[in-house]
Design a protein around this ligand. Structure first.
Ligand SMILES: Cc1cc2nc3c(=O)[nH]c(=O)nc-3n(C[C@H](O)[C@H](O)[C@H](O)COP(=O)(O)O)c2cc1C
Length: 142
């Protein structure tokens, strides 16, 4: 099992409808590819975690890199993992403009400076902690 995390910047301020389209498209394809993960949208910045078969993930990543909806794609971390962190989600999604950010208090610096400032290398990194807080605070498996 492999995991990959990248950040990027949207080429324009994507509307709710555009984000919904992106997610619908992603969830169908990810389910087919047995890929799970989370996509965070904050202030025109994306952070996405993909988990699944290594080859499938990198093929998808190559496709995502070419997507005209965003730019400045930066691969932050990839590595082997024992278990999925987002096994219940073909692609979980959090738009920070739609959630109560109170639960992210300790992370305000990253929300202000952009998620690219998160450190995403290693298991104890702030980036991973941030993702865990997002999962525990905002995601439900309905
Ligand atoms: C920020 C961002 C995240 C994306 N995440 C996914 C994803 O998780 N899964 C997916 O299939 N497509 C995702 N896409 C869309 C892909 O870039 C691509 O449009 C889609 O996979 C369809 O590609 P295809 O028509 O070549 O199969 C994402 C696009 C952007 C801009």
């Amino acid at each position: 099992m492999h995991e990959l995390i990248y950040t990027s910047v949207a080429n324009w301020d994507l509307s709710t409808q555009e984000l919904t389209e992106l997610l619908d498209q992603s969830r169908i394809k990810n389910a087919r590819l047995n890929i799970t993960g989370i996509l965070v949208y904050h202030d025109r910045g994306f952070m996405q975690l993909l988990e699944g078969d290594k080859k499938a993930i990198f093929e998808l990543y190559d496709t995502i890199c070419e997507d005209e909806r965003h730019t400045s794609v930066q691969l932050f971390w990839n590595g082997e993992i024992e278990d999925r962190s987002f096994e219940d989600w073909a692609m979980a999604f959090i738009n920070t403009s739609e959630v109560d950010l109170g639960k992210l208090e300790g992370y305000s610096r990253y929300l202000e400076d952009g998620m690219a400032a998160l450190n995403l290398t290693g298991n104890e990194s702030t980036g991973r902690e941030f993702l865990n807080v997002l999962r525990e605070s905002y995601l439900t498996t309905a």
